[in-house]
Each structure stands twice: as structure tokens, then as C-alpha cells.
Design a protein around this ligand. Structure first.
Ligand SMILES: [Cu+2]
Length: 158
């Protein structure tokens, strides 16, 4: 007896055809997957660079970012603390849900284009295109950090 395919395939997530854009900074092709907050950005189409600092006070600096719909942003995410921190993009509900999952499974490995994990005293780049207008968030999902208020807001203007 065969099991029916029960894999969760996000509706409309994959674009047809594989646009294999070689990115120098990434090993794999740029993901065409549309998330609620946008899609992975093309390093060749960066409109602007925004520096984000993360500290052990559980704050992002800046705590609020404004972009225009369609912009591709290179986030240079710096960890100036002594603890591990990360910047994860999403809606408030997605981040909250993800943070709860991280609380239950702190060892859970996750690495997606919409997140940058940064070791103490290091920096990491995250290139993201904001394809939808609205209010989005970035949070650090290291257990206890999101709950401690480590969250910032992104306004995407039309
Ligand atoms: Cu953190």
C-alpha cells in the first residue's frame, strides 16, 4: 500500500522554471519562493544597504526600518554582543509561532534566506526583496530573546 503524498507544499510558492542566477555570495541559486514578507534578493539588484546592530540588551538598532515596495535591501547584520543573535524576517504572527517552536526545540537548526544567524563579534549579510507593502517585523528567535522584546518593525511603503 502506498501512502498518498502528504508533503506540505506552500500554495503558489514556487515559480515555474528554475531561474538559475549565480550569486557570488551564495552557494545555491536564489530562491524564487514568495514568502509573506517578500523573497530572497538578488545581490546584483541591491538598492540600498542597511546596517543593523544586535546587542545583549536584546535590542535591534535601528528598531524600525522603512523601505519602499520592490526594493532589494542588503542588511549587514552585526552582533556586538557576547551571545548568539539572529535577525529573522516575517509577520508578527509568524515570528511568534517560530519563537514558540524554538523554545520547545532550542537545538533546532534553521537556515533560510529570510534569516541571518550571527556569532558574537561577527557580521552577516542578508539580501531581501520586499515585494509586498505593509507592516512586517524582524526578530531574534534565540530562546528568550524574542520574549525579551528583541523585535523590530519594517514598514514597506507602496
Ligand atoms: Cu538575540
Amino acid at each position: 500500500m502506498f501512502l498518498a503524498a502528504t508533503f506540505a507544499i506552500p500554495v503558489g510558492a514556487r515559480a515555474h522554471g528554475e531561474a538559475k542566477q549565480e550569486a557570488k555570495t551564495r552557494k545555491s541559486a536564489i530562491s524564487a519562493e514568495e514568502k509573506s514578507v517578500g523573497r530572497e534578493g538578488d545581490p546584483g539588484k541591491v538598492s540600498r544597504t542597511i546596517a543593523v546592530d544586535m546587542g545583549d540588551t536584546l535590542r535591534f538598532t535601528p528598531g524600525e526600518i522603512s523601505v519602499k515596495r520592490g526594493e532589494t535591501i542588503r542588511f549587514v547584520v552585526k552582533n556586538s554582543g557576547k551571545l548568539m543573535h539572529e535577525m529573522v524576517l516575517g509577520t508578527r504572527a509568524e515570528l511568534k509561532e517560530h519563537a514558540q517552536l524554538m523554545q520547545k526545540h532550542p537545538e533546532m537548526e534553521h537556515d533560510e534566506p529570510y534569516m541571518a544567524h550571527v556569532q558574537p563579534d561577527k557580521s552577516a549579510d542578508m539580501i531581501w526583496q520586499f515585494t509586498k507593502a505593509g507592516e512586517f517585523y524582524y526578530g531574534c528567535l534565540v530562546p528568550g530573546h524574542f520574549e525579551g522584546g528583541m523585535i523590530g518593525k519594517i514598514i514597506v511603503r507602496r
